[in-house]
Write a protein that binds this ligand. Sequence first.
Ligand SMILES: Cc1cc2nc3c(=O)[nH]c(=O)nc-3n(C[C@H](O)[C@H](O)[C@H](O)COP(=O)(O)OP(=O)(O)OC[C@H]3O[C@@H](n4cnc5c(N)ncnc54)[C@H](O)[C@@H]3O)c2cc1C
Length: 308
Amino acid sequence: MADAPVAIVGGGPVGLALAIDLALRGVNSVVLERGTTLHRIPKGQNLTQRSGEHFRAWGVTEAIRAATPIPRAFGNAGLVTYGTLLSDYSYDWFQRSKVGDYYHALNERLPQYRTEEVLRARAGELDQIDFRTGARVIGMRTGADGVVLEVERAGGVHSLTADYVVGCDGARSLVRDLAGIGQEMDHQGPRMALLVFRSPELDRLLERFPGKSIFNVMNPEMEGYWQFLGRIDLDGGYFYHASVPDGRRGRTISADICMRWWVRNSSCVSSISGSGICVSAMRSVIARGGCLSPGMRPTAIRPTAVMG
Ligand SMILES: Cc1cc2nc3c(=O)[nH]c(=O)nc-3n(C[C@H](O)[C@H](O)[C@H](O)COP(=O)(O)OP(=O)(O)OC[C@H]3O[C@@H](n4cnc5c(N)ncnc54)[C@H](O)[C@@H]3O)c2cc1C
């Protein structure tokens, strides 16, 4: 007999969502998450109204709202600019709230680690979910009683058998590989680097765009890839991602070098000679070396945070 009806490999947003959904239908599951602490990458920030409808079904709407660092009244729309961030050419973008009337829930904007915190807390309330951290799946095979997973945890390896195994283990899924499910397309394109930093100066610079939280700069030099800047909170927290220059791909480069490259080539180029505010923002970022706010990794950024 199997140890569990369902084993979910990966306790990210998809694995947690599945476990909660199953639990609310009376199905028990074991969630195996290799991490022991939550990551601090502010990805997955823009969540649609459809996701909001799921949140409502899972009973987390209020908790998600409470975890959102940018108040709804501030706005979470986007802006596309041409050439540089402060260019004269721009248009409104990402006005998802405009289609709100077609849904039964609102769209949300919060860093993925906050969403995961909320989902973990909800999972903890449901007896049907056995959420195990520090549990890395390293093998999978079909056994007489179901699917057998080899799980590395607390320095040892043990087996766990389930009627069903679901691979929710992210873009480089081991479960997908072990199940022999191939990938015919590579959506990964150029290497992208993600920079997380805090800059009150940039807050002031962006006051000219009320209600906007995400900014895309279309720069012809980027060959169709956006330079993407977004607020994480209203306290100077930002993420910035763009493709990594050719010569630097495939290496770990320091945040400092990233920033220097971007200061010369990024959306802030014109504002360096223009207002000077942005360069001071970037300088303050550089001056802090790691350019990351407390609690975030301060040293190197590996330009392998690949964007799909
Ligand atoms: C910079 C960036 C920005 C993004 N912005 C957005 C956005 O604005 N909106 C949006 O909708 N999406 C966005 N995304 C995409 C979104 O983050 C992903 O779609 C989402 O993380 C997928 O969730 P997941 O649970 O499938 O995988 P993951 O979040 O990758 O979670 C997988 C989990 O599985 C665990 N795991 C992996 N292997 C094993 C193993 N062998 N054993 C046990 N555990 C394992 C990992 O530790 C991890 O916790 C962004 C992604 C990036 C990188």
